[in-house]
Design a protein around this ligand. Sequence first.
Ligand code: ADE
Ligand code: ZN
Length: 347
Amino acid sequence: MPSDAHARPGIDLARLIDRLPKVELHVHLEGTLEPELAFRLAARNGVALPVGSVNEMRAAYDFADLQSFLDIYYAACSVLVTREDFRELTRAYMARAHADRVRHVEPFFDPQTHTDRGIAIGDIVVGILDGLADGERDYGITSGLILSFLRHLPAEAAEATLSAAEPWLDRIVAVGLDSSEVGFPPEPFAGVFARARALGLRAVAHAGEEGEAALVARTLDCLGVSRIDHGVRAADDPAVMRRLADSGITVTACPLSNLRLRVIPSMERSTIRTLMEAGVAVTINSDDPAYFGGYIGDNYRRIAAALSLTAGDLRRVAANAINGSFATAGRKRELLAELEVAAAGTA
Ligand code: ADE
Ligand code: ZN
């Protein structure tokens, strides 16, 4: 497992990071399932887990690559059974996000991980929406839910999932595409993404995590996305970076995820600075925080220290997240005003 000894930002920068109003654009709700909650839900639902304790579960989080993580992540989802389970999962994330001053979030959920086990899509969606509403009521965190398709399953399954979700599409802001990247290209999903966009949804997709920069370009070519999730390998190709910068596509980077899934050998080797210097609208996010050792604040702190980011860099990242979100124009104005106050040091 990568060492926990790491650089910390200076005290002023750490204070700024605490104060920044954060917008999280890349977090999988299933990836916020902490072992304690997994054990509680397993007991409640009579589901057996492959490990005997919370400590054993955490000790298993030593990943060789994306697939070795996904295998554990999908297996743990078996404890999520009822509408109330999805609500509790979401509410727990919202409470943790509030502690990091998250003010708006656009989380992913993977319906197919659950419907393929016989869970009704309505229970998944309504449970999550209830949890998001709890978070808005208790903490003022606004949200936009993203329905993500699993790319290791056929495009026809994504089509069926979109159809099954139709009763709730007015409460879903976008579709996404995740799971194993290498060997599962974006092109087969062009049809379902076009249908989702015709239904009024926005589109985002994972690309350039383990896959090469060309996959980022191909994703832009075929899916009509406004954001690229991860996108860090775009830094391998200046033309792809230029295309991202020129088209104003937001890149939702997840530094701790990249480290823990061995996309990068050390935080210092993150490509986030290269992307920023190329004019790409980079944001900092947590991906699957229960598995990767940190939530969004930890991601800000670790990357700021490793890349010696300045206050100006961090302010730009926070503004990129507000501007790249699917929040209303009015909500974006409020968040930008909060950012001004935080950056001036009076918040
Ligand atoms: N699903 C959850 N986390 C993911 C990641 N980092 N990449 C692809 N799919 C995912
Ligand atoms: Zn992700």
